[in-house]
Design a protein around this ligand. Structure first.
Ligand SMILES: Cc1cc2nc3c(=O)[nH]c(=O)nc-3n(C[C@H](O)[C@H](O)[C@H](O)COP(=O)(O)OP(=O)(O)OC[C@H]3O[C@@H](n4cnc5c(N)ncnc54)[C@H](O)[C@@H]3O)c2cc1C
Length: 280
């Protein structure tokens, strides 16, 4: 199939891009970033935007900036730019663990980090990372810029808090202190497919006890989410296999699955257990 007709815009500045979004918001104006989801959706006529606003010619959106404590990822930064070498230490290791699970190389070289956030697939690795690390989204419209916590941004399956006249300019992630242990596990039917179930686990160990545990799950739930019961169990405890098994059981028991299914609950438990074990 071919897409329905639309008007193509290639603004050269952010001001022009948000002005176009505001002007055409009523006619389903949509941002085009990597096009890896948008273009197939248009070809299948699942999406019929009246105006496509291609942000790839706007200077600076392809920039990553890194300080000691945070990374800012511009709206045109591709998945492929966010491998293990993008940052030192445990944060870079975690990026590397996640990145190669995203689709296939051609998609990773075009698709963008922020496009994945805007698309808000329940099985998006970057949405999971944003929730796990308390990332923030920088959204811009003609009214100005606002920062949105990832927890408040992801509302549900493919649903975000972004207004029709807003675009994501960048994503902000805190990095992880040296010594943080990081793990990730994903179940997908085939390499490159979206995850059926996935989990991130990070924590530090001080005087033999777990501090700052973070566990987040995706794929089996309508949006990436943290597992507070499992985190509470881990906090202050001595890391050992029985503790990890119980934390994984807690995470799976309390997960609001997309459907009640023992198989999905079992996948969730095993994803969390393997993420925790990988971190150890
Ligand atoms: C075969 C296949 C397998 C895939 N597997 C995975 C996978 O395993 N994991 C995964 O996470 N993804 C996967 N993807 C999706 C891929 O990661 C896309 O790159 C990503 O979801 C969208 O990014 P994009 O830059 O291509 O966005 P686009 O396709 O350009 O846009 C997608 C949507 O986001 C909106 N959008 C994009 N950027 C912005 C912005 N800056 N501000 C506001 N709105 C914006 C668009 O308007 C559109 O609605 C897969 C895709 C395919 C085709």
């Amino acid at each position: 199939m071919k897409s329905s007709s639309f008007e193509y815009h290639a603004p050269k500045t952010l001001d022009d891009a948000v002005a176009l979004l505001a002007r055409h918001a009523e006619e389903e104006a949509r941002v085009l970033a990597g096009g890896q989801t948008m273009v197939p959706a248009m070809a299948m006529r699942l999406a019929r935007p009246g105006h496509l606003i291609d942000i790839n010619a706007i200077p600076g959106l392809d920039q990553i900036s890194l300080t000691d404590h945070a990374m800012r990822i511009g709206a045109c930064v591709r998945h492929a730019a966010l491998g293990a070498t993008a940052a030192p230490g445990p944060f870079g290791r975690l990026l590397g663990l996640l990145q190669h699970h995203i689709a296939h190389l051609p998609i990773r070289t075009r698709g963008t980090f922020c496009g994945s956030l805007a698309n808000a697939d329940a099985a998006s690795e970057w949405c999971l990372l944003m929730v796990a690390l308390d990332g923030r989204i920088e959204a811009r419209s003609t009214a100005g810029t606002r920062m949105i916590d990832a927890e408040d941004f992801l509302l549900g399956y493919m649903t975000t808090a972004l207004a029709p006249e807003e675009m994501i300019v960048a994503a902000h992630l805190p990095t992880l202190p040296p010594g943080t242990r990081v793990g990730f596990h994903e179940f997908a039917r085939r390499a490159g497919d979206f995850a059926q179930s996935m989990a991130i686990a990070t924590y530090a160990v001080a005087q033999g006890r777990i501090t700052a545990p973070r566990i987040a799950i995706g794929g089996v739930v309508s949006r990436a989410r943290r597992c507070p019961e499992a985190e509470a169990l881990l906090h202050g405890a001595t890391p050992d296999p029985a503790l990890f098994q119980e934390a994984a059981r807690q995470a799976a028991t309390h997960a609001p699955l997309v459907e009640e299914d023992p198989y999905l609950r079992s996948l969730t438990e095993t994803s969390v257990l393997r993420a925790l074990t990988g971190a150890a």
